[in-house]
Design a protein around this ligand. Sequence first.
Ligand code: GLP
Length: 254
Amino acid sequence: MSVSVRIVADAAAVGDAAAELVIAGLGVRDAPVLGVATGSSPLPVYAALERRGPAGRLGLGRAPAPAPGEYVGRPADHPESYRSVVDREVTTRLGLDPSRVAVPDGTAEDLGAACRRYEAALRAAGGVDVQILGIGSNGHIGFNEPGTPADSRTRVAELMPSTRNDNARYFPSLADVPERCITQGIGTILEARSIVLVASGEAKADAVARAVSGTPDPTCPASALQAHPRVTFVLDTAAASLLDPARHGDHALH
Ligand code: GLP
C-alpha cells in the first residue's frame, strides 16, 4: 500500500490542493458521500470548495455528510459540538441539507446504541466516498488516541490530556473541554473509498513524520492510514518539515 504526499506552500494552498482531490474523489458517484472533519486544518478546504461554487458542491445537497464524532455530554446546540461546527463551517458553506448531516448522538442515554445507529447510517448511505481528516499533534485521527487498534469501530473514547489541552482554545477554559466523545473507529475511517488528510504548521510535523515514515504503529494512530489504498496527505512545508525530502517529496510513497 502507498501513502501519497503532496507538499504545498501554506495552509491556503493545502485547501486548494485538497479541494481538487475531494472533487476528483466525489466525481465517482451520482450522490456522493463526503465525510467531513472538524478542527482548524480542514477550514481552508471548505473555503476552497465554496469558492469553486457548484463544481465544489458536486450535488452534495442530496447526500448525507457524516461527521466523524461528537463530544459526550454536551447539548447538540453547544457552539463547539461537532453538530454546531459542521453546520457553521460546512453545511451552510457547501449548501448541504443539515438534516442529512450524520453526527453521533453524544447526549443519548444509551451511548453504545448511538454508536451502532451511526455505523448503520454510514452503511445505509453506501459508505463514504471521500473522508477529509485532520491530525492531532499526538497523531490522533478522529478522536482515536494513541493505542487505539486499527480495527476499532465507532465507540465512546476518552480524550487524552494533551488533546484536551490542544482543544482548550475553543472553550472558555480547560475544565470546559469534554473528557469523552463518540468517535468513528480507525477501522470505520479506513472503509472510506478515499481519504484526504490535511495538516499545516510546525506543530503537526512530528505526527506527520511518524504517520508516513516507518511501519504502522498504534502509538501514532494516523500511521494506520498506510494500509489504505487511496490516501493522500496534503501538507504545507512546515507540517512536512520533518519528512526526508529525498523520500517524501511530492510523490507516492511505497
Ligand atoms: C481534534 C479533532 C480532530 C482534529 C484535531 C486537530 O482533536 N478531533 O479531528 O484533526 O483536533 O485539530 P486542528 O486541525 O484544529 O489542529
